[in-house]
Ligand binder design. Structure first.
Ligand SMILES: Cc1cc2nc3c(=O)[nH]c(=O)nc-3n(C[C@H](O)[C@H](O)[C@H](O)COP(=O)(O)OP(=O)(O)OC[C@H]3O[C@@H](n4cnc5c(N)ncnc54)[C@H](O)[C@@H]3O)c2cc1C
Length: 134
């Protein structure tokens, strides 16, 4: 995985040929670099697929192809790591869980987000929160 700019790819995508050429170039560079570490690995590559932020956007519908929600940086980590609200002001009986309200993103974090939400709803309804292992 390589950090990349959504805007860069979005602009490049205006020209399909240039977009594809850049993806091919990246694939080639990565395989060449791997080859330096693992000699002859390039001979064993059978298939290459390069996904850009636009690919993730197309498949997942996520904002700018953000595959794990918020990007944590030294500048925002203090604010973002604070618990985010799972409700919206003025909207009753509406709840959110997942990578956009549980910074860090990823599958385990999203499941924890759902668990946190259900706990809160149980508390609100005066019910005991119970879990079951299947
Ligand atoms: C290529 C890729 C690889 C990844 N690899 C890993 C990994 O190895 N480990 C890991 O932990 N995480 C990984 N992730 C991240 C992980 O998949 C996400 O962080 C996680 O799925 C987020 O869960 P979520 O429930 O917040 O959102 P999502 O899983 O995106 O679920 C949102 C759902 O809402 C639906 N939806 C959207 N809009 C509407 C609407 N208007 N009405 C009804 N439904 C709607 C969508 O169809 C979707 O089913 C990866 C992500 C990508 C893209």
């Amino acid at each position: 995985m390589l950090p990349s700019s959504y805007e860069y790819w979005k602009d490049l995508r205006q020209d399909r040929t240039a977009y594809k050429k850049k993806k091919d170039q990246i694939a080639h560079t990565v395989v060449e670099l791997l080859n330096q570490r693992f000699p002859d690995i390039s001979q064993q590559v059978e298939m290459v697929d390069v996904a850009t932020p636009l690919t993730f956007e197309r498949y997942t519908g996520n904002w700018k192809g953000s595959f794990e929600g918020w990007l944590l940086t030294p500048q925002n980590s203090f604010t973002v790591m604070k618990r985010m609200s799972q409700t919206l002001p003025g909207l009753k009986n509406f709840y959110m869980c997942g990578q956009w309200v549980e910074p860090g993103g990823g599958l385990p974090t999203s499941v924890m987000s759902a668990s946190r939400l259900i706990k809160a709803i149980c508390k609100q309804d005066g019910k005991k929160f119970r879990t079951k292992i299947y």
